[in-house]
Design a protein around this ligand. Structure first.
Ligand code: URA
Length: 435
């Protein structure tokens, strides 16, 4: 078999066989097939798509490119949540300790910033000392002790996704239903989750731009996940505006702690609680999502999730005192404000433009080898629906350097649209989809 033939078969729209996929993905993970051939293949998949059977086979060969976490001896239930990617989307950081406080174990294997979207691992890495590359034994220990553990793909666990994820990020091949499905579900199967809540985003700041495309992705994830024996609930959620007020690595960790302290923005809390409620259902802690939500709200009021969040920082090597000392202060010195160019209402702050500007600020990457800046980001003082007067401060912006700041400012100003009258209320959660 030759890699070029697999690429040409896909380019011609043929359905790839399991053997072809195993050869190609296995060869990539082993370092025998170079990045440039895989980039060409990913672009062919982007344009030609894959059948459900092909997507399932791709997921399986990606999973088999490495070994899986062994969670035996640790009491479950093991339930995780994964988002298809958004801007300001930090629900994982709030959900994991929240679910753990209900007695659900969350073995969370996440990703880094992808395209214009943020990544859980990059956010966590902004905490001084925090380690997101855990060995298997350490992952088990932390999961057992703290109820959740957060790590990334490693050299031996889903290595194919570690490579392919980074390659897609810089080759314009992220927005593909089969590639996203295989990427997410191979990680989720490898981490040992028995059930999974999926936050499938649609809108300008998501990879799927409209609800129909979001639903197609949700269906692919739910059906492929169910075929792998996982309990799956997907929520289709709006990502036309950044979630919460903070966009940036350390900024988002800070905002997650605010949420755990009962001071979270309404949109972020709404999506987080609805996702957590489904985790409670899948973990057998609640009979339905309304009961799950009530349990989550009570847990937040009781303060246990906050305690578990801070404990996790220490469990994963973070310097808790330093983190708390830096809270509210750890900001890049390259900073500016964006003010309202007119009065009226903010009709929307466009998530796509904020996400694109975020890459210029240093939150995300242009090249695989780029480092991200922990202290860059944006604070949205106003959001869609807020009344404004000309000159009001709408955003504070921090960048990793002066050039990035100057590049991002016009884009951020352009992300704001105004109206004379209040805009219609946004429906944050559109639909629930299960297999
Ligand atoms: N999240 C992932 O893990 N993979 C993708 O491809 C997109 C979002």
């Amino acid at each position: 078999m030759r890699a070029v033939d697999v690429i040409m078969n896909k380019r011609a729209g043929k359905e790839l066989t399991r053997e072809e996929l195993a050869f190609f993905i296995g060869g990539y993970a082993a370092g025998e097939i170079p990045d440039y051939q895989v980039a060409a293949w990913a672009m062919a998949v982007f344009f030609q798509g894959m059948s459900p059977g092909e997507t399932a086979a791709l997921t399986e060969v990606m999973l088999k490119s490495g070994s899986v976490m062994d969670l035996s001896g640790i009491p479950g239930p093991f339930v995780d949540k994964h988002s298809t990617g958004g801007v300001g989307d930090k629900t994982s950081l709030i959900l994991a300790p929240l679910a753990a406080s209900l007695g659900i174990r969350d073995p969370m294997m996440s990703g880094r910033a992808l395209g214009h979207t943020g990544g859980t691992l990059d956010k966590l890495d902004s905490i001084p000392g925090y380690r997101t590359s855990l060995g298997r034994e350490e992952f088990r220990e932390i999961l057992k002790k703290g109820g959740f553990a957060m790590t990334g793909q490693t050299r031996d666990i889903v290595p194919a996704d570690r490579l392919l994820y980074a390659l897609r990020d810089v080759t314009g091949t992220v927005e593909s239903v089969p590639l996203i499905t295989a990427s997410i579900l191979s990680k989720k199967a490898a981490e040992g989750a028995e059930a999974l809540v999926l936050d499938v985003k649609f809108g300008s700041g998501a990879f799927m731009k409209d609800p129909q495309a979001g639903e197609a992705l949700a269906r692919s994830l739910a059906d492929t996940g169910a075929a792998m024996g996982k309990g799956i609930i997907a929520l289709l959620t709006d990502m036309n505006e950044p979630l919460g007020r903070m966009v940036g690595n350390f900024l988002e960790v800070e905002e997650s702690l605010d949420c755990l302290e009962g001071r979270g923005p309404a949109d972020l809390m709404e999506v987080t609680l609805e996702l957590a409620a489904r985790m409670a259902v899948l973990g057998g802690k609640a009979g339905n999502s309304a009961e799950g939500r009530r349990l989550c709200e009570e847990a937040l009021t009781g303060g246990k999730p906050r305690e578990l969040f801070l404990q996790n920082i220490q469990n994963q090597g973070g310097d808790l005192n330093k983190f708390l000392e830096l809270r509210g202060k750890y900001r890049s010195p390259f900073s500016a404000g964006i003010r309202a160019s007119r009065g009226g209402y903010i009709s929307r702050i466009d998530a796509w433009q904020v996400g694109r500007a975020g890459v210029l600020l240093g939150i995300g990457r242009n090249r695989t080898e780029d480092a991200v800046c922990p202290t860059a980001g944006v604070c949205l003082h106003k959001k869609g629906g807020d009344p404004v007067k000309e000159g009001d401060l709408i955003m504070t912006v921090w960048a990793s350097g002066e050039a990035g700041l100057q590049g991002a400012l016009p884009q951020l100003a352009g992300a704001v649209s105004y109206s004379e009258t209040p805009p219609p209320e946004r429906k944050l959660i559109l639909k629930e989809i299960s297999a």
